[in-house]
Ligand binder design. Sequence first.
Ligand code: SF4
Length: 258
Amino acid sequence: MGKLGTKEWAIRNFNIAQGCPNGCTYCYACRNAIRFKRVKNREEWMNGKLVAPKPIGNWCNNPHDYVMYPSSHDIWPEIENEYCWNLAELLAKGNNVLIVTKPRVSIIQRICGQFANRKDKILFRFTIGGNNERALKFFEAEAPTLKERLKALSIAKSSGFRISVSMEPLLMDPYEAPKFISPLIESCESIWVGIMTNIPVRQGFWFKQLTDWYTIDKLEWLADFYSKSKTIKFKDSIRNIIANPRTSQKLTDFLGKV
Ligand code: SF4
């Protein structure tokens, strides 16, 4: 088993805000912030605000190391200037930067313009859990639409940047996923697929839908479908389930309660 979670992608995380207006139902950072009393509730979390970032160093010792920025919030217009200022600092110190975002077109246009001469040091990772727009709207209520995210991806690609996609959490039926994933392959250097691990215990249609999507049979089928692909990579959230019957039983038991 390799590295887990964000460590699978980057040697270090860097953030400049607490909170995030996207308000994703499954947000682990939000849950932690409430748990450790950094914010009172989800509403306060969604009023994201800037915090003083840690001093920036030269953290990437080899060409394959990345700093993930951001890792616990997204990039939205009110923090765009500070985001770009710190991105310039990270790059100036010699770091490679993995930009993980549910992308807003205006912000991606700005980054592509302002950092056009740093393409070699930037890798975009656009979070797009699938093409089920109703699911995206439910689980990621205030995040950019599917159309906007795909447009942002296309802008970054045509500007010559390296692109990857995160489909974690997967928000569509695994049996349907290849119709969405396969056309993206030629644009992306990697596509990471994982399931929602921070599932809130709630009633309702979409939570029941997860029980239908996240079955061992369907996840195994998808992993098998792309077993020869060098581009499609499965996150530990899926690898664990496939490799470990006890983990998969825990998931089945948990989903049975949703
Ligand atoms: S985009 Fe990320 S940080 Fe923002 S609410 Fe969604 S999961 Fe949380």
